[in-house]
Design a protein around this ligand. Structure first.
Ligand SMILES: Nc1ncnc2c1ncn2[C@@H]1O[C@H](COP(=O)(O)OP(=O)(O)OP(=O)(O)O)[C@@H](O)[C@H]1O
Length: 627
């Protein structure tokens, strides 16, 4: 049986391939520049083993020229060039990579790493060009060649007298249509920005003829004229490949500004070079201020991802956990398995490793800042502390171990932010719990009646003023073996001294009054009790059960308000004059008890920062009490 060849509509196949690989047309330039850089790298490698070749860095460059009249874009390099056979093999066979073969032949592992590996990048030129012409002369060859192709119809090769070794590729651009603007690829600014975006850190100079307005003479008010000068438009040496000791804080700050990572100055930079299981370099920044859209859906977290200095992704979200979503910067790794378009990775295992590593570094750096540069850390915390707390709360608390040591809360004792470790260290021996109080602001919490007895006991209270605070703490549950307790919780976990001690007796004596008050308030409260905690205030609210009053407030503000209710307890201070009035009224005028009870309940709501349920009824009650 004879074997038949598959037949394929090769033109259609090429078109399909080209147009489905890349999501953006502009990457054709990245591919051609990367090829040029590979060709120069090959010269470099040849020079390592061949003494007759000297690699003088200054002789090697890439030049991009646009000719608007001819609608042609040219990319020239002084690299290794191609022989006729190489032209046929490398540009004649799709998916054949001369660069990959070169890497294997020369056993190149480290250092100048060659970019090409799939053997398809060159064809990206056909996304924007009708005709592609390649003039090339290989190292050690006397004869140059010209290769021309209009796509998959085929190509022609003919000898061509070329003086210098290297390759020039000319793209005759497609005609622009209403939807597709190919002429933009002839625009100087546009070309410069595409080069900056993807190829800024190619190791060799990428030159362009740049038009500038310059004064005609040295005189101050001299007229301007247009001057065209050849300039290098890429930065070449990536800052992250430089030695840390060579770089100053200003260098890192300048890079932050150039990259538009933020409008502020970064609070801290982290420069990482890892040479372990996976090799990568990273520059990470902790911004000083929160981006204006940080808490909106518009904000995109992620780091730039480079492979061998070529930009792969502008925002690689997988490199950062959500709780560190404020971190800016980039990662460059030679060890990524890219897919054919270089836009995605084949295995996210490598990314996961890098993410894990980076997360650890960020945490260590923040911890160091917390310990050694408190003022700076507090600045950071003001901007992003809430994000850390969300981090503790989300994913069922699985990141609490990473984050709990980075949390700060205002302290009743220190009158400033303190960490959980600092709190626990100061705890008196008899103190069993970490106490906290929730409210809108420090000032309001300070005046909460519930705090009195805890403060009297000499215990410190942490103030929770963010919506997320209590939810986050519920996830942590305990720190250093100490559980958290709200000052409003039913049981404070200690016996109070002095007058508030004999509540059981007082309750027995006043049971009827308490029952009556409970019936007046019906299901608004779960119970009315003699307080163990009040000192100077007549009433307050506390809660039984899982949902605190603060949590009720937060949950009911959410869009899917589920009418969650805390089990509220109205607590009464038996040592307050108001209680005497209540007792008196209970003996003489039960209607008055009803009025008093409603007023006291509403006052307790107000103290908690909750709204009075019926303001008209409330004011009516006050009038009645005054009459
Ligand atoms: N400017 C150039 N100078 C010398 N050789 C070149 C040049 N451009 C392309 N080549 C050769 O053509 C081959 C194919 O190029 P192509 O861009 O299609 O794939 P690649 O660079 O090998 O891989 P990738 O698809 O990953 O970019 C290259 O491997 C290289 O051998």
């Amino acid at each position: 049986m004879s074997k038949k060849q598959f037949e394929a509509e090769s033109k259609r196949l090429l078109e399909m391939m080209i147009n489905s690989i890349y999501s953006q047309r502009e990457v054709f330039l990245r591919e051609l520049i990367s090829n040029a850089s590979d060709a120069i790298d090959k010269m470099y490698y040849k020079a390592l083993t061949d003494e007759s070749i000297t690699f003088n860095q200054d002789d090697y460059y890439i030049k991009v020229t646009a000719d608007k009249d001819a609608r042609q874009l040219t990319i020239t390099d002084t690299g290794i060039g191609m022989t006729k056979e190489e032209l046929e093999d490398n540009l004649g066979i799709i998916a054949k990579s001369g660069s990959l073969a070169f890497k294997k032949e020369n056993e190149i592992k480290d250092g100048h790493d060659i970019i090409g590996q799939f053997g398809v990048g060159f064809y990206a030129a056909f996304m924007v060009a009708d005709v592609v012409t390649v003039w090339t002369k290989a190292l050690g060859s006397d004869q140059g060649y010209k290769w021309v192709s209009e796509g998959a119809d085929g190509y022609t090769i003919e000898p061509y007298e070329k003086d210098t070794v290297g390759t020039t590729i000319t793209l005759t651009l497609k005609e622009s249509t209403e939807e597709d603007d190919y002429d933009s690829f002839l625009d100087e600014q546009q070309l410069k920005s595409i080069i900056k975006k993807y190829s800024d850190f190619i190791r060799y100079p990428i030159k362009m003829d740049v038009t500038e307005q310059k004064p005609k003479s040295d005189e101050e008010d001299a007229e301007l004229e247009e001057v065209v000068e050849e300039k290098t438009v890429n930065s070449m040496v990536p800052i992250w490949k430089k030695n840390k000791s060579e770089l100053t804080t200003e260098d890192y700050e300048q890079f932050y500004a150039e990259k538009h990572y933020g409008f502020d100055k970064p609070l801290q930079h982290i420069h990482v070079s890892v040479d372990g299981n996976i090799r990568y370099n990273a520059i990470l920044y902790i911004p000083e201020s929160m981006p204006y859209n940080y808490y909106s859906a518009e904000y995109e977290k992620g780091l730039e991802l480079y492979s061998n200095g070529v930009l792969i992704m502008s925002k690689c979200a997988d490199l950062l956990p959500d709780y560190f979503s404020f971190v800016q910067g980039l990662v460059d790794s030679e060890d990524l398995s890219l897919n054919i378009s270089r836009e995605m990775l084949q295995h996210d295992r490598q990314l996961k490793l890098i993410e894990k590593n980076i997360t650890k570094k960020i945490k260590t750096e923040l911890k160091k800042m917390l310990n050694n540069e408190r003022e700076k850390y507090e600045k950071f915390y003001k901007s992003f502390g809430r994000q850390l707390k969300y981090g503790v709360y989300s994913d069922f608390g699985q990141n609490k171990e990473v984050l709990q040591d980075l949390l700060l809360f205002h302290s009743s004792k220190e009158k400033k932010l303190v960490s959980l470790a600092e709190y626990v260290e100061r705890m008196p021996e008899d103190q069993k719990y970490i106490y906290y109080a929730s409210g809108e602001s420090n000032e309001r919490i300070e005046r909460l009646p519930q705090t009195e007895v805890v403060l009297d006991k000499g215990y410190e209270i942490l103030y929770f003023t963010d919506d997320v605070d209590e939810f986050a703490i519920r996830m942590i549950m305990e720190y250093d073996g100490k559980e958290f307790k709200s000052v409003s919780s039913g049981d404070l976990g200690f016996e109070s001294d002095d007058a508030t001690n004999n509540t059981e007796e007082e309750t027995k004596d006043n049971q009827e009054l308490l029952d009556h008050m409970k019936s007046v308030l019906s299901d608004k409260v779960k119970d009315v009790r003699i307080s163990k905690r009040l000192k100077t205030h007549p009433v307050c609210l506390s809660n039984d059960g899982e949902i605190s009053i603060e949590m009720e407030k937060v949950l009911n503000m959410m869009p899917d308000n589920q009418q969650v209710k805390a089990d509220k307890i109205l607590e009464i201070n038996v040592n307050h004059d108001v209680f005497e009035s209540l007792k008196e009224a209970f003996d003489q005028d039960k209607d008055k008890v009803d009025v008093y009870t409603n007023i006291l309940y509403n006052q307790a709501l107000l103290i908690e920062g909750l709204a009075v349920e019926d303001p008209v009824a409330f004011t009516n009650d006050i009038w009645k009490a005054m009459a």
